[in-house]
Design a protein around this ligand. Structure first.
Ligand code: SAH
Ligand code: SF4
Ligand code: F3S
Length: 508
């Protein structure tokens, strides 16, 4: 993006900020502070589709150097780390698992709740000592926290030893930013706060060879009142199917067995295409023809989950009938305050429709307890909805106010003690229903994608069913990477024990 384009899209460049430190003598871009205000004002500006390319001048920048990335947060961040690792390796850096060996350390951060942020500030405290020992070490902060003005200010004040801060829209600029760090004595900061582009042709150093992630869209326009993501990830923008489909085909050809399509709100996929009517249903209908055993997606927003998608998912095959469908609350009044744009009845209708089309579908969810002023009755409605749907599992959270979001301005009369009690009661119900559902598996035979040795016992292999149930069982190591049949002998609350059925391994 050149100076003109940056100005047109409202991003502030170094020349607009004369009062800030002037890095321009070294580099084109560089103090571009994050701004929630700008993010909220984003409009219908066109998304630019660009191709990633490493400029010749940066080739070999990492020769003889090692990188280490620590990842916090959701799958989106995990996958961004794979992209950044791919860029590092294309520049000649080698990966290392040890912070002591690393020449560059990046913290890929998450801003979703306060405790996620506290972990990162704690880690920065630890790394300060290492930075003192190794002044040439480059220490960077990226990911969602970098998009927050307050975080950048806090790092500038309290952690001035950090060398680099860059945002979620600046990942493809890693070569330029690293090169700038080697030249500059000052902290290098580049955070674009608006819109966001779609960058293709990014290298990816994937963590595994069995399961792979594929981005289908970026950003979120839902602006749920409690949530920071629409500010940290920019507006909803979809990758073109002719980029996604070949990527999935390539992974299938490389032997991957399971693909997870990623987006903050995958049901809005394609809504931003102006030249065609094409949604998640259309994409899934094409992907199911690819010879790969398992395809799943996350995360669904109930509001945009349409009938066409249900119809396509009901065709089954490699499209898994496990759907993560965050409900957040069982109370229509709380849902309204959260701006989720559906109520309890509509959510239950959607669940009914899904179960009619896919009787064996398993549903999982996310729930927030202790939203500002949530009453006991409203919380009871969440429990009753949970019982009614009988989710297989849930991620449960205590509401955490995020600066700049509308909910953070709401007065809250619910004491923390009450919020904690509610979380405990909800978790007890989540466990009870999970244990009951797991029990139903005893004696059944399931298909398991074998991922590797169990964490606690190398004699035992571990893998997941199509409904994401963890299964531990004895089998020869050759089973790793394949889908095998396992008879379940014992159910636990969160995992199943079993025995592999037959000698033959079914290779898909
Ligand atoms: N895009 C996904 C959610 C991503 S964040 C969706 O809409 O379903 C993952 C989960 O974190 C959310 O579903 C929500 O339950 C929780 N969460 C988000 N903001 C939160 C906050 N401020 N406090 C507590 N939990 C929060
Ligand atoms: Fe956050 Fe809501 Fe967007 Fe999910 S849909 S990322 S909860 S704003
Ligand atoms: Fe966290 Fe950002 Fe994901 S805030 S949950 S890492 S999108």
């Amino acid at each position: 993006m050149n100076e003109e384009q940056r100005k047109a899209s409202g991003q502030v460049s170094s020349s607009d900020k004369k009062s800030e430190k002037d890095y321009s003598k070294y580099f084109e871009a560089v103090y571009i502070p994050p701004s929630l205000k700008d993010a909220k004002k984003r409009g219908k500006e066109e998304v630019e589709y660009n191709q990633f390319q490493i400029d010749e001048q940066f080739q070999g920048l990492g020769n003889g150097r090692k990188f280490y990335i620590r990842t916090y947060g959701c799958q989106m961040n995990e996958h961004d780390t794979e992209v950044m690792a791919g860029i590092f390796m294309a520049l000649g850096y080698e990966p290392t698992n040890s912070t002591e060996d690393a020449n560059v350390i990046l913290l890929n951060t998450c801003a979703i709740r306060e405790n996620a942020e506290n972990k990162v500030f704690g880690e920065l405290g630890h790394l300060k000592a290492l930075k003192r020992e190794k002044p040439d070490l480059i220490l960077g902060v990226c990911g969602c926290m970098s998009q927050e003005e307050s975080v950048v200010n806090r790092i500038l004040k309290k952690h001035p030893f950090v060398d680099l801060i860059f945002g979620t829209h600046n990942i493809h600029r890693l070569p330029e930013l690293l090169s700038e760090c080697y030249l500059s004595k000052e902290m290098v900061i580049e955070v674009w706060s608006k819109e966001g582009d779609v960058i293709e042709n990014l290298p990816r150093a994937r963590q595994g060879k069995i399961k792979g992630w594929v981005n289908i869209m970026y950003g979120c326009d839902k602006f749920c009142t409690y949530c920071i993501v629409p500010y940290t990830r920019g507006k909803e923008r979809s990758r073109r199917p002719d980029e996604i489909i070949p990527e999935v085909r390539r992974l299938a050809a490389e032997g991957y067995k399971e693909i997870t399509l990623l987006g903050q709100n995958v049901n809005a996929y394609g809504k931003d295409f102006e030249d065609m009517e094409y949604g998640l249903g259309h994409l899934m209908d094409e992907l199911r023809k690819i010879d790969i055993p398992r395809i799943r997606f996350t995360t669904s927003h109930p509001r945009d989950f349409d009938d066409h998608l249900i119809e396509v998912l009901a065709k089954g095959g490699n499209l898994l009938d496990h759907i993560h469908l965050p409900v957040q609350s069982g109370s229509s009044s709380v849902l309204k305050l959260m701006a989720r744009k559906y109520d309890r009845e509509r959510y239950l209708d959607l669940v009914r429709k899904i179960k009619e089309a896919m009787p064996n579908a398993s549903l999982t969810t996310d729930i927030i307890v202790g939203f500002p002023n949530e009453t006991d009755e409203q919380f009871e409605e969440t429990l009753s909805l949970y019982r009614e749907v009988e989710f297989d599992a849930a991620y449960t959270f205590i509401y955490s106010p995020r600066e700049g979001t509308p909910a953070a301005k709401m007065k809250d009369n619910v004491p923390m003690r009450v919020k904690k009690e509610r979380l405990q009661r909800l978790n007890a119900l989540v466990n009870e229903i999970s244990a009951k559902k797991m029990k139903e598996y005893e004696g059944q035979t399931v298909e398991v994608l074998v991922e590797g040795e169990s964490k606690n016992n190398p004699e035992i292999l571990a893998g997941y069913t199509s409904k994401s149930k963890l299964v531990n069982f004895k089998a020869p190591k050759e089973a790793i990477g394949n889908i095998v049949k396992v008879k379940i002998t014992q159910a636990k609350t969160w995992s199943l024990d079993g025995e592999m059925v037959g000698e033959a391994i079914e290779v898909n």
